[in-house]
Design a protein around this ligand. Sequence first.
Ligand code: ARG
Length: 630
Amino acid sequence: NVTLDDPPLDLSSLGISQPLPHFPDTNPQLNPVDIFRCYLTEILVGLTGVDAKIIYPALAWTQTLDKGDLVLVVPALRVKGKKPDQLAAEWSEKFPESPLVSKPVAAGTFLQFYFSPALVSKLVIPLILGTRSRYGLNPKNGLKDQSDPSRGRKRIIVEFSSPNIAKPFHAGHLRSTIIGGFLANLYQGAGWDVTRINYLGDWGRQFGLLAIAFQMFGSEEKLKADPISHLYDIYVEINRRAEPEETEIKAKKANNEDVSELEEKSLTGQARHYFKRMEDGDEDALAIWKRFRDLSIEKYKQTYARLNISFDHYSGESQVSQESMQVSAETLKEAGVSEESEGAVIVDLTKYSKKLGKAVVQKKDGTTLYLTRDISEAVGRYEKYDFDKMIYVVASQQDLHLAQLFKILEVMGRKDIAEKCQHINFGMVLGMSTRKGTVKFLNDILRDVGEKMHEVMKANETKYAQVAEPERVADILGITSVMVQDMSSKRINNYDFNMDRMTSFEGDTGPYLQYAHARLCSITRKADIPRSELETADLSLLTEKHAINLVRVLAQYPDVVQNTLRTLEPVTILQYLFKMTHLLSSSYDILKVVGSEPEVAKARMALYESARQVLHNGMTLLGLSPVERM
Ligand code: ARG
């Protein structure tokens, strides 16, 4: 959908007299590579005779600098008659002299372009210093219509985290929180209107059991102090007590004895009654459940804040009304999608795909299920938010559940909703445990890694003495360790939870990234050059290979973010940040600031400050808090 309707690009200041066409999704004001893209497209049209709409998307970014700054994928142009490598060689030969790029290099079926280093520095560094935290973002992405901003922005719902009250906040919830928080930031940066929803597991018969447990042996004091652990503890305890009763009932049933009285009196029986009252809307029964919910949410909020996350809405299974589920059930029936099967109501999805199986939407006793609630919740959200896209960030164990959900929405006549939904899944964390043993709650993990980082920091006494709030910094470093490890490979991969590795300064870890940021801050403090002087620095003094490569990498950042909107993988950003920080580490000895000629020092400081800004932007996009000292 390339159109050439945008206003032409004026490059007269760069010595290009012809105005260039401008492509959608390009933003030369915010992405320097886009200037080269538009420019190269224009020249290549003349050279190849191929349409601009085909050339433009065939200009790809490169993973490593030795492959050029942009490459033309020649086969993508589908020029007949000659082989792509012949064409590449021919076009390289014919390419005109240019102030923007050096003579392109034919490498097999690719044509590699290298930007003029002096020009890139002049474009990129002032752009980063000028746009600061906005560098890398293209807020045009989220516009409903890029040529008419008055039509407003697209809306996205990101549903993530979604723990279950009174149950452990396990690794699946942790990953959902990290990945979901990142995706919400990503879309927000791209100009979408983002709504973050936490869909709590806060309904079901277990809440009847929990209420009884609290009445029997709950403690008001403990509930207030630490609702999440206390609710979990009493839930475990009541289950322990209910178990022998259940075994007894089972045994008697097997013996054909009458167990109705026993069932009534049992804890599970009482819980069933209690939950029935809740479902019937009995205020007294609901009051205690609501307290559990409110207190838990309050605690969750504190933990999320440590991860730089807040939700716009705490929804949950409890929030799906009986009436809305009634309506969904009728829609399913009228559409001829659902059928009765042994007293239950099912949707036979094998008609569409064997893998989807048969989904139960109503149990024999008339009660609804997890899936039923999700159907109505999706419809309800669509009515409330009129979203353009909705993302569910849920572990791949629930692949089938979400595939069923989306298919049911589609066949019940809500294709409009189904086609806007996407499941973002992820693999498991293996062996997540604290120093004390198995883990139940996120807070335990965060406390442990924080303590570990605190020990590491204390080892360097002089540095430690300079850190204003060491506990707070240690906490941030611990959180960074966990998050970076989580985002270090593709979402779908499982990984081993390894406390020693993630807290190490060696290798591509969270502490390594934080150290890179703190080091740049320290260079800034020591050099002590006012910002206004960085802005007027003579950038032509950046001539060393290291300086040039660093600038070239900084120029890629907006494209990396753009690419991440396609991959929806945090690792895309993370890998880039490691590439950049490795380059930085190898530059410090060569590109010294303190002790260099004043003009050279200024130019180098402008480069380092730009690198710091990009690192900062990437880290905050990932949900990390960059530290200034550690
Ligand atoms: N609370 C669920 C669990 O812990 C996750 C909810 C996922 N979201 C959804 N809409 N079903 O397994």
